[in-house]
Design a protein around this ligand. Structure first.
Ligand code: ATP
Length: 440
């Protein structure tokens, strides 16, 4: 909750500053003074985000025979959001302070006074989180459309459109990555809660009788995904939704939470949504969305197990988890210990000095590597400083070309985390990098 006297989150302050300085993330429209809680991803941020999404897509779609991808439109028929319950119920209780005019989510506040100034608060009123806009030139109620607040509905309404052509049989899933928009009352904590964000969602359609089995299966899979991202397991935990926070449509729900510098917070929800979504869309449209089981000659409405993760939140977790500082020979070293799989640059190629044929050899290695990997070439300044720069942006390996290279065709491999240096044949570097970055 936003309390004025809250302790400064020093780690977050340092990360925000590093992200700005090194081109990971900066405020949107900054030269106009920025816009609240909107962020732009710079060259490194765009790479990191893409690597996270690619890893999710590879694990959830490419490596599996039973999940298909989808890329549905952000704007959908407005009735979709009536049917899903978002028009009536996608609300947060909002209160205003009568004295300092601050605005809060009522469920974030303990007691009945303003956390900022102790002033009197208004009675809570429900505030719908969906962004509205108009389709076509006439701005009236008949032309209202919504920016989707979740990507899931695009999957439900396309259930049979995907199932038919892909010839999938239940159980199978549909996965989608895309932007979602929520007019949050209290966005904040950098990119943790924003009004425009990306979701990575997968809806798995199953026979109703198998729901417990698949629910447990997806809990395990999704937990493992975070470990494979390089996240420390002791910073992850489960939160089971109890009677107070279980959504009306869910039979069971768990969140995976991460211990952010500002507390334990949700990363991803895994929900047993039963047949709620398909039933509602069937009722609203009169279209038969039941699945025909050839073998048993039965028609049924599948249950859905949903895994719904936030891409930006995952990115913030990766950055915070990776951020580290240490003292080396009296100097501070800042390191982003990002897993090589998601690091923006997999390696840097550095000629020790700009003479004696070193730049030419380095350029050749760089050209060779970049056919397959995102690598960085840096020839300027003291090599120690160049290493530090790579540490700070999370580049896991540096290859340094020195005087010995022209004599025996070897280069130095310098490891970001241990700072250890080892020598390797230049011809073996592409394979070595391949094995160290796990094929990414
Ligand atoms: P919260 O309780 O944090 O508001 P939620 O339970 O409303 O989240 P879901 O509707 O389950 O979230 O959305 C699935 C995922 O989408 C969340 O786990 C989160 O990672 C991401 N997400 C949701 N809202 C936001 C937001 N405003 N900014 C960034 N990511 C978000």
């Amino acid at each position: 909750m936003a309390k004025k006297n809250k302790v400064r989150d020093e780690k977050m302050d340092k990360l925000v500053s590093l992200c700005k300085r090194r081109g990971y993330i900066f405020p949107s429209s900054e030269i106009y003074g920025g816009i609240n809680a909107c962020w732009d991803y710079g060259p490194l941020g765009a790479e990191l985000k893409r690597n996270i999404k690619d890893f999710w897509w590879r694990e959830m779609v490419h490596k599996r025979d039973d999940i298909e991808g989808l890329d549905a439109a952000i704007l959908m028929h407005p009735k979709v959001w009536e049917t899903s319950g978002h028009v009536a119920e996608f609300t947060d209780p909002l209160v205003d302070c009568k004295k300092c005019k601050s605005r809060f989510r009522a469920d974030d506040i303990e007691g009945d006074a303003c956390p900022n100034c102790g002033g009197e608060l208004t009675a809570p009123r429900q505030f719908n989180l969906m962004f509205k806009t108009f389709m076509g030139p006439v701005e009236d109620d008949a032309n209202v459309v919504y920016l989707r607040p979740e990507t899931a509905q695009g999957i439900y309404v396309n259930f049979l459109n995907v199932q038919g052509p892909s010839r999938q049989k239940v159980p199978f899933g549909i996965a989608q990555i895309g932007k979602a928009f929520r007019n949050e009352i209290t966005p904040g904590n950098f990119i943790f809660r924003t009004r425009e964000f990306e979701q990575m969602e997968m809806q798995f359609f199953i026979p109703p009788a198998e729901d417990d089995k698949w629910f447990e299966y997806w809990r395990e899979q999704r937990w493992q995904w975070y470990l494979d991202l390089g996240i420390r397991e002791d910073r992850l935990r489960w939160h089971e939704h109890g009677p107070n926070d279980l959504a009306h449509y869910a039979k069971k729900a768990y969140d995976i939470e991460y211990e952010f510098s500002f507390g334990w917070k949700e990363l991803e929800g895994i929900h047993n949504r039963t047949d709620f979504d398909l039933s509602r869309h069937m009722e609203a449209t009169g279209k038969d969305l039941r699945y025909w089981n050839e073998e048993t000659k039965e028609k049924f409405i599948p249950y859905i197990i949903e895994t719904s993760a936030g891409c930006d939140r995952t990115m913030l977790m990766c950055l915070l988890d990776a951020y580290d500082e240490e003292e080396v020979k009296g100097e501070q070293r800042v390191i982003l210990r990002l897993h090589p799989r998601i690091a923006p640059f997999k390696a840097a190629v550095l000629p020790l000095v700009k003479k004696d044929g070193m730049p030419e050899l380095a350029q050749r290695l760089y050209d060779d590597l970049r056919r397959k990997f995102k690598v960085f070439y840096d020839a300027g300044g003291a090599v120690g400083r160049r290493y530090r720069r790579m540490d700070e942006i999370g580049t896991p390996y540096c290859f340094t070309i020195d005087g010995q290279t022209s004599e025996d065709d070897t280069v130095t491999l310098r490891d970001r985390d241990s700072m250890e240096q080892t020598r390797h044949k230049i011809a073996e570097i592409p394979d070595l990098l391949e094995s160290k970055t796990n094929g990414c």
